[in-house]
Design a binder for this molecule. Structure first.
Ligand SMILES: [Zn+2]
Length: 454
């Protein structure tokens, strides 16, 4: 039992596997997966027919990359076809017989028709394992209480995550954020969690409100870990420092809900970030593509592209070359923590990318630049557009809050310093529209940084 607690990794054999060996395992599983998909789903069979190939023609990753990328829009169209043919939206892509399907999940989007995928018990076990790998390597052990303060009604942050925490033997409090800040604080008081899982924005909100609502600062709540999810902020040194100082906790960025793509950053000081280690490589093949052309991008250190994933050793409804709309930056150089494998940072949603005078700008980069000026600015902001992006007619308008201590007369000088910083680091010259602290609503779920105004 003591060995169990003291071991550093949940699944040492897989998690320490050298990259070359991992690629062989992936290729072997990929060949079996494509044959399985082809044989069990007319939808996938058609994908091969489009390029005139059969599963046995897929001998390398490059062969596999000839299969067209599937987008969310295409997924929605396939769901409509599935309803027409089978009476439900998932049967067309499901590869396992109906009696083996034990869960239907949705990808994380909150707008538009939900896109669904299915899991068998085997797939649920895979997902549980991935959550266990992440929290275990962060140092969580049985006996730790983890407060789950994400939106529980969104599948990625809900039940699959609770189950994964229980699977590794830690204790989960799935309070969710639907009940509001006070309820989360009530459950912190009642259950004394050592870890919290929440969006960075919600973390910041708690830090701001804690003294007023419970009579003590957030760093006295007893949290040892703050796990960021749902927003890119957890990879941003300014956000990480704010959370680490505010809670007196270690800050980890992590991702992965009910599917096969999971990652977590390593244990490092908040002002550093070496990317999230891709912990589910044995069950997920990752590729990067250009968000517009969907052409494959070389997986080199520093490459940025839209992530495309393929589930490996998945029985239910396995995604194959699926583009979920997230933009990743890749890290391939060895990590100082010594763990093998590639790492990534989620830069933002492909649909959140803005182009200002030919420069690509993500809300995460704006947040990072603004937080350099905290506490004179709160870091809460909105990008105001008069029509949907990505093309923005300059100047880029940013509504932002000045901090409590700042007088309106100080703003012109502050703004000059900020403009210089933005020009150098974000390569845009925005127009700042100031409002007092507390004016912009704090989002408990996923913050929408872009607002369309007329
Ligand atoms: Zn590392």
């Amino acid at each position: 039992m003591s060995y169990y607690r003291e071991r550093k990794l949940w699944n040492e054999a897989i998690e320490t596997m050298p990259q070359e060996q991992m690629r062989l395992l992936q290729l072997d599983r990929l060949k079996r997966q494509v044959a399985y998909n082809y044989n069990n789903s007319s939808y996938y069979k058609q994908k091969f027919e489009e390029i005139g190939a059969r599963p046995e023609d897929i001998k390398t990753f490059e062969d596999f990359a000839l299969i067209p990328v599937m987008t969310k829009d295409e997924h929605r169209r396939a769901q409509e076809e599935s309803i027409e043919r089978y009476g439900n939206p998932y049967a067309l892509m499901a590869c396992a017989p109906r009696e083996k399907i034990v869960r239907i999940n949705s990808t994380s989007g909150t707008t538009g028709t939900p896109t669904l995928y299915t899991l068998t018990q085997h797939d649920v076990d895979v997902v549980n394992e991935m959550h266990a790998r992440k929290y275990w390597r962060a140092g969580v052990r049985p006996g730790d209480v983890m407060l789950q303060a994400l939106s529980l009604s969104m599948f990625t942050g809900g039940l699959p995550l609770s189950q994964g925490i229980m699977h590794m033997g830690a204790c989960v409090v799935p309070v969710g954020i639907e009940g509001g800040t006070q309820r989360v604080l009530d459950f912190i008081r009642l259950t004394s969690p050592s870890a919290m899982i929440a969006t960075p924005s919600f973390g910041q909100h708690l830090i701001e409100k804690c003294l007023e609502l419970v009579g003590k600062p957030a760093k006295d709540l007893g949290l040892k870990w703050f796990f960021c999810a749902g927003e890119p902020g957890g990879g941003n040194p300014e956000v990480r420092k704010m959370l680490a100082n505010g809670f007196g906790a270690k800050v980890f960025d992590h991702t992965g809900g009910g599917h096969a793509f999971h990652g977590i950053s390593c244990d490092e000081p908040p002002d550093q970030f070496s990317g999230m280690h891709f912990v589910s490589e044995d069950h997920c093949l990752l590729e990067l593509v250009d968000p517009n052309t969907k052409q494959r991008i070389e997986m080199t250190d520093g490459a940025v592209g839209e992530m495309v994933f393929t589930f490996l050793d998945w029985e239910g409804g396995p995604f194959m070359r699926y583009a979920l709309g997230d933009m990743l930056r890749l890290y391939t150089k060895p990590c100082s923590c010594g763990m093998p494998g590639i790492r990534f940072k989620i830069v933002g949603r492909a649909d959140d990318m803005l182009i200002v005078k030919g420069v690509n700008v993500y809300p995460g980069a704006i947040q990072s630049a603004l937080l350099k000026f905290a506490p004179q600015v709160t870091g809460i902001f909105r990008i105001l557009l008069d029509r949907p992006g990505p093309l923005v007619k300059p100047p880029l308008r940013i509504k932002l809050e000045f901090g409590q201590e700042v007088e309106e007369g100080d703003l012109p000088a502050l703004e000059r310093r900020m403009l210089a910083h933005f020009k150098e680091h974000v390569r845009v010259a925005p127009r700042f529209e100031w409002v007092p602290q507390g004016t912009i609503p704090r989002e408990m779920k996923k913050t929408k940084f872009i607002e369309i105004v007329s």
